[in-house]
Design a protein around this ligand. Structure first.
Ligand code: UDP
Length: 491
C-alpha cells in the first residue's frame, strides 16, 4: 500500500505574546515554500483568541493555517483565574505557568491522534518552543520528527540555555568581587556577568524550581531534529556559531519574522501583513508626523513588563529633563494589576501637564510597529526583548537597553559589544535602581545629531544591520527556510 503523504505541521508555542506572533509568522513562511501543507497552532483558549484576532487583521489569511484550543484551567495550577499567558504575572507566578504548560501534553496527544485518524498518517513534524521541550517526546511517540524553535536571538538563547544547563556561575568563588565567567558554547574569551542575568537564574543551583523545569525541557530540545531561530545569520554571526556549538544540531536562521510592512519586500513573500496593529495607530502617527526626522525617543518594555514605582518616577523625570520628544507606553507599576486604571500619583506631580508638548503617554499598549516604522522615531528605550530588538533593527533604530528579565541582559550585551547599536542604561535586571540623571544622559548621547558623536555611529551601524536584515528576506533566511521545509518534507 502506498504510504500517505504527511502534510500536517503542528506548532506548539509558549504562552506569551512575544512567542505567539513569531510562530504565526513562521507558519506563513513555511507555507510560502510549500502551500500544500496544513499548519495547526495549538495553545490555550486565551492565546488562541489572541492569534485569531491577529489573523483577523490579515486581509488575506492563508486557509492552511488552523488554530486549535487545548483545554487549560489556570486555577488548577495555583494561578489567578484566566492566567494563560505571562502577561500580568509575577516572576513567581510565571514559573507556575511553565510547570502548568506541561499539562497541555495530554490534549496535544489527543489532537494528534485525531489527525492520524482523519489523515491516515502522523503529522510531518511538530515545531515546538524551546520552553516546551516536552513536545519532543510527543513527536517521537507518534513516529514523527520534532524541531525546536527559539523566538529569541541566537546569542541570547545560547547564553540563557547554556547557563541553565551548565550553571557556569557556580564556579565564581564565594564572596569574590570578580563576577565574570565564560559560558560553554561561546569562546573562552567571552566573559559574561552575573548581573546580566535575572536574580532567579543567578541563584540557580540545579535543584531550584527554575532548574527543575528548564533542565529536562532543554535536554529534550537538544534531542530534537534541529533548531530554528528567529534571527538573521549575517547580523548574529557570533551568536549563530555559539548556538551551533551548544546544540550540535542543524540550525536554520529564518528571521526577521516580521510583517511585510516592516520589510518592504517586493518578493511576493506571504508574511502575516497586518498582524500586530492592535492599539490605535492613528493618534501616534499623527503625533509623530508633527516631529522632525529621528527626533523622537520611543519608550516601551514589551508586552508584559512594567517598572517599580521608583523606577517610573526617575524615568519620568529623566525624560522630562532631557527635553527630547518621546512616546512612552505606561502601565501601572509592579505590585498592581497591569490592566487596572493608571493613577496620576505614579508619575511626578504635574508631569502630564508639563510634558504635554514634549511627550505622548500611551496607556498599556502602543502600535509599536507603526511607531518604529515612522521616520521621526530616532531611538528606542527598550527592555531588549528579542522581538523589540528585531523590530527596531529592521528599521535602523538604535536602542537604549534596560533589560528586565529572561535573556534580555544577554541581548543587551550583544547589542553593545557585537553590534554597537545600543547603550545600556542598566545592566542589572528587574531589581535595578535608576537615577533621572543617568536617563537624561543616555538619551542625550543616543539622540545627539553630532556627526562625530556616538549617537551617529550607532545610527550608522543600525542602518547597516537594517540593510542586512532586509537582504536576508530574499537571501540567507529565504534559503534557510527553503532548506528547512524540504528537509522535513522529505522525511
Ligand atoms: N508590543 C506592542 N505594543 C506594546 C508593547 C509590545 O506592539 O505596547 C509588541 C512588540 O511589537 C513585540 C512584542 O509586543 O512584538 C513584545 O515582544 P518582545 O520579545 O520585545 O518582549 P516580551 O513582551 O516578550 O518581553
Amino acid at each position: 500500500m502506498e504510504a500517505k503523504l504527511r502534510r500536517h505541521v503542528v506548532m506548539v508555542p509558549f504562552m506569551a505574546k512575544g512567542h505567539l506572533l513569531p510562530f504565526l509568522e513562521l507558519a506563513h513562511r513555511i507555507l510560502h515554500h510549500n502551500a500544500n501543507l496544513t499548519i495547526t497552532i495549538v495553545s490555550t483558549p486565551l492565546n488562541i483568541n489572541y492569534l485569531r484576532s491577529a489573523i483577523a487583521n490579515d486581509p488575506t489569511p492563508p486557509p492552511q493555517i488552523h488554530l486549535r484550543s487545548l483545554p487549560f484551567n489556570s486555577s488548577d495550577h495555583g494561578l489567578p483565574p484566566n492566567s494563560e499567558s505571562t502577561e500580568g504575572l509575577t516572576f513567581t507566578q510565571i514559573i507556575k505557568l511553565f510547570y502548568a504548560s506541561t499539562t497541555l501534553e495530554a490534549p496535544l496527544r489527543e489532537f494528534i491522534s485525531d489527525v492520524i485518524v482523519k489523515e491516515g498518517t502522523a503529522p510531518a513534524c511538530i515545531i515546538s518552543d524551546n520552553f516546551m521541550g516536552w513536545a519532543n517526546e510527543v513527536a517521537r511517540s507518534f513516529g514523527t520528527v520534532n524541531y525546536t524553535f527559539t523566538t529569541g536571538g541566537a546569542y541570547g538563547t545560547t547564553a540563557f540555555c547554556s547557563i541553565c544547563m551548565n550553571l557556569p556561575q557556580r564556579n565564581i568563588a564565594d564572596g569574590g568581587t570578580h563576577d565574570h565567567f565564560p559560558v560553554p558554547g561561546f569562546p573562552e574569551s567571552f566573559q559574561f556577568s552575573i548581573t546580566q542575568h535575572h536574580p532567579y537564574y543567578r541563584a540557580a543551583d540545579g535543584k531550584d524550581e527554575w532548574s527543575i523545569y528548564f533542565l529536562p525541557q532543554l535536554s529534550h530540545c537538544l534531542q530534537s531534529n534541529g533548531w530554528l531561530c528567529h534571527t538573521v545569520e549575517e547580523i548574529e554571526t557570533t551568536g549563530c556559531e555559539a548556538l551551533r556549538n551548544f546544540t550540535k544540531l542543524p540550525l536554520w536562521c529564518t528571521g526577521p519574522l516580521l510583517p511585510s510592512k516592516m520589510l518592504k519586500t517586493n518578493s511576493g513573500m506571504d508574511t502575516a501583513s497586518g498582524v500586530n496593529v492592535i492599539g490605535n495607530p492613528e493618534k501616534c502617527i499623527k503625533w509623530l508626523d508633527s516631529h522632525a526626522r529621528g527626533s523622537v525617543l520611543y519608550v516601551s518594555f514589551g508586552s508584559q513588563n512594567t517598572l517599580s514605582e521608583t523606577q517610573m518616577m526617575e524615568l519620568a523625570q529623566g525624560l522630562e529633563e532631557s527635553k527630547k520628544s518621546f512616546i512612552w507606553v505606561i502601565r501601572p507599576p509592579i505590585g498592581f494589576d497591569i490592566k487596572s486604571e493608571f493613577k496620576p500619583e505614579w508619575l511626578p506631580s504635574g508631569f502630564e501637564d508639563r510634558i504635554r508638548n514634549q511627550g505622548l503617554l500611551v496607556h498599556n499598549w502602543a502600535p509599536q510597529l507603526d511607531i518604529l516604522c515612522h521616520q521621526s522615531t530616532g531611538a528606542f528605550l527598550s527592555h531588549c526583548g528579542w522581538n523589540s530588538v528585531m523590530e527596531s533593527l529592521s528599521q535602523g533604530v538604535p536602542l537604549i537597553g534596560w533589560p528586565l528579565a529572561a535573556e534580555q541582559g544577554f541581548n543587551a550585551k550583544m547589542l553593545v559589544e557585537e553590534m554597537g547599536v545600543c547603550v545600556v542604561l542598566r545592566t542589572g535586571v528587574v531589581d535595578s535602581t535608576i537615577g533621572k540623571e543617568e536617563v537624561k544622559k543616555v538619551i542625550e548621547v543616543v539622540l545627539d545629531k553630532n556627526e562625530d558623536g556616538k549617537g551617529n555611529d550607532m545610527r550608522k551601524k543600525a542602518t547597516e544591520l537594517r540593510k542586512l536584515m532586509h537582504a536576508s528576506v530574499n537571501g540567507s533566511s529565504y534559503k534557510a527556510m527553503a532548506d528547512f521545509v524540504s528537509t522535513f518534507s522529505s522525511i
